[in-house]
Each structure stands twice: as structure tokens, then as C-alpha cells.
Unconditional design. Structure first.
Length: 247
């Protein structure tokens, strides 16, 4: 079926009144006798040709378009109201009558449709898929949120430290992980860091302690050496102290 939005795009070069006339003529069959209109419960208007599609087929496709609309609205609401990612499992729960493989197929279709261009996906380190609306959550913030959604706090710490060492580059203040974004409890944080520092698979992660403030930092030797990390740590602490005095 063809969404009325697509037809509007094709007719966008026409004056507003003429666009309306074209849509009305097509939907009533005045322009082409085989063209029929289907309006879904959410108010979406679709057009189809009876020469190639029965009304039952059109109705079935309309129901699937309603599912897409419901999924998109759930994702947008989560992003707008609670600034949270939507786990793929939550979408499966939203559509219990549809097999998960079909839900994934519909999500893939949505990636190609203009009305859903704001719906994006992001993958966690563990492979879990999350969705969000980029009108309310930026790609960078989605990356932060997906780390906080991962159940393994150690993986969250390691991936964040490696990324900050690679991108900025800068060491990561340990206290960052108890912030609202990451939400790792202080009682859990220290054991996780000990585990990371003693794990062979995370051998690139190193720890620094500021000599005056005792603030703890982590960095990755994959992207920084100790001298660089130490210098940046001192600068960051001095900047933070200066900002505190200004307040």
C-alpha cells in the first residue's frame, strides 16, 4: 500500500488546493477507478489498487501498519517522557500476538519509511538491542544510556573508559559511574573496579589517584600512556576545583 504521505511528497510541487484535490480524486476513484483508500484506527490514510490487492489483503497490511505506529509511539514516549531507551523485549511484550521474528522484520521496514526516520537503534556491549527517538535523545546520549542499561557494571566501566581514552582523549573520573546516567551503586562500584583491574581481559585499564584530592581515575593504555593520563587528570582536577571556588 502507498501512504498518503508519499503521495503528498510526489504532489508537493503543486499548489495546496490542487494537492488536496489530487488526493481526494485518487481516494474517491475519480482519477482511477481501481484506487481505494484505507483509513486505520490511528488515522493513517493508505491507498491501494484493487487490480493488485484485495480489500482483505489491504486490511491485513493496514493492521501491520498500526503495529508499526504503536511501536513508534511507545519508543517516542519512552524517549520523551522518561528519557529512556526502549528494550527490544519491551516491543515484543507490546505485540504478544506477533512472533518476535516478525516484529524485527517490521522494525527493519520502519528504518526505510520516512514517517519513522526519527526511530533509531543502539546495541549494548552484550549484544542487546535498544530503540530510541532522536528527536528527544541524541546519538551520544543514547550511547551513555545503553551502557547504564547493561547488567554487567564491569563491562559498562571498561567500555566507557576505553571510549573516553580514545575519543577525547582523557582519563575517566571513577565517581562518574555513580551519577544518574550510569547509576552504579557506590557499594557495587569499588568491587567492580577491583575486578576490572585484576582481570586479564581488561589488562589495558589502569588506575590513577590524584596526589592532593585523592580522586580516582581510570584510563586505557590502548589509547593513552601513563604520562598523558596523569597530566590530563591533574588538569581536570584543577579545573574542577577552580569551578567549585567560582561557585
Amino acid at each position: 500500500m502507498t501512504s498518503s504521505r508519499i503521495l503528498s511528497v510526489l504532489a508537493k510541487g503543486l499548489p495546496g488546493e490542487l494537492q488536496h484535490g489530487v488526493l481526494e480524486a485518487v481516494s474517491t476513484g475519480a482519477l482511477a477507478s481501481d484506487i481505494r483508500a484505507l483509513v486505520t484506527p490511528s488515522g493513517q490514510l493508505f491507498l491501494y489498487s484493487q487490480d493488485y490487492m484485495t480489500s482483505d489483503d489491504a486490511s491485513a497490511k493496514g493492521k501491520l501498519e498500526e503495529v508499526k505506529h504503536a511501536m513508534a509511539e511507545r519508543i517516542r514516549r519512552d524517549s520523551r517522557v522518561i528519557t529512556a531507551l526502549t528494550p527490544l523485549n519491551a516491543i515484543f511484550t507490546l505485540c504478544p500476538e506477533i512472533k518476535p521474528v516478525k516484529v524485527c522484520s517490521l522494525l527493519n521496514e520502519m528504518q526505510t519509511q520516512v514517517q519513522y526516520r526519527d526511530i533509531k537503534t543502539v546495541s549494548a556491549f552484550s549484544g542487546e538491542l535498544y530503540l530510541y527517538c532522536d528527536a528527544h535523545i541524541t546519538e551520544k546520549y543514547a550511547g551513555l544510556l545503553v551502557r547504564s542499561a547493561v547488567t554487567d557494571a564491569c563491562s559498562t566501566i571498561v567500555e566507557t573508559v576505553r571510549e573516553e581514552s580514545r575519543i577525547y582523549p582523557r582519563p575517566t573520573r571513577v565517581s562518574l559511574f555513580t551519577s544518574h546516567v550510569y547509576g552504579i551503586p557506590a557499594a557495587t562500584l569499588h568491587p567492580c573496579i577491583v575486578r576490572v583491574l585484576n582481570s586479564p581481559q581488561f589488562s589495558d585499564i589502569r588506575k590513577l589517584v590524584h596526589p592532593e584530592t585523592d580522586a580516582e581515575y581510570l584510563y586505557s593504555t590502548l589509547h593513552m600512556n601513563e604520562e598523558q593520563a596523569y597530566s590530563l587528570m591533574k588538569w581536570m582536577e584543577e579545573e574542577g576545583t577552580a569551578a567549585g571556588r567560582a561557585l
